[in-house]
Design a binder for this molecule. Structure first.
Ligand SMILES: [Zn+2]
Ligand SMILES: [Zn+2]
Length: 170
């Protein structure tokens, strides 16, 4: 099965395209593209790590000092409602937002919660044309693969070494 991380270059070109589409669609809806909405979608799309509302707030506030965290939350929820963003997972403690709305899946570091996009066309095809599963109406599918990122692998090795040297030192 094909399984690959989406690279940063792909992400940058996707983001540029999405900002343009966003502005167009928002106008079509008859809504105004406020500087706040634009700053939030730009920040969301610029981040590869599926930011929390707090992360977006911290970044946007540098240019929009009067924006509040509540406004950021409200606008992100609005984006999700109209399909301009989605939440990576509903089960984690705090919501992580994703500006990549095409079919894709995630590899998640179980230690630091770093999240990267992956494509798995075979998985997408598995559900193609299916609209229900028993009593459920199907809405979509995003797999989450548990993993350890590079930094956390190094950290884990250090921790293990520390435990080991303590045991030996005793
Ligand atoms: Zn990690
Ligand atoms: Zn994603």
């Amino acid at each position: 099965m094909e399984l690959r991380l989406l690279n940063p270059r792909w992400h940058a070109s996707y983001s540029a395209r999405r900002v343009a589409e966003f502005v167009e669609r928002w106008h079509e809806r008859g809504l105004s593209v406020t500087p706040q909405r634009l700053a939030i979608i730009r920040t969301l799309l610029a981040s590869e790590n599926h930011p929390r509302a707090e992360d977006i707030y911290a970044a946007v506030r540098r240019k929009q000092p009067h924006i509040s965290l509540a406004t950021v939350h409200r606008i992100l929820e609005q984006f999700c409602e109209v399909g301009e963003a989605r939440k990576v997972t509903l089960l984690h403690d705090s919501a992580r937002y994703d500006g990549h709305v095409g079919p894709h899946h995630h590899v998640v570091c179980v230690r630091c919660r770093l999240i990267r996009d992956i494509e798995m066309p075979e998985v997408d095809r598995l559900l193609e044309g299916r609209t229900s599963l028993g009593e459920f109406a199907l809405l979509g599918c995003a797999l989450e693969i548990d993993a350890l990122c590079k930094r956390c692998q190094i950290q884990r090795a250090k921790d293990e070494l520390r435990v080991l040297s303590k045991t030996i030192g005793r």
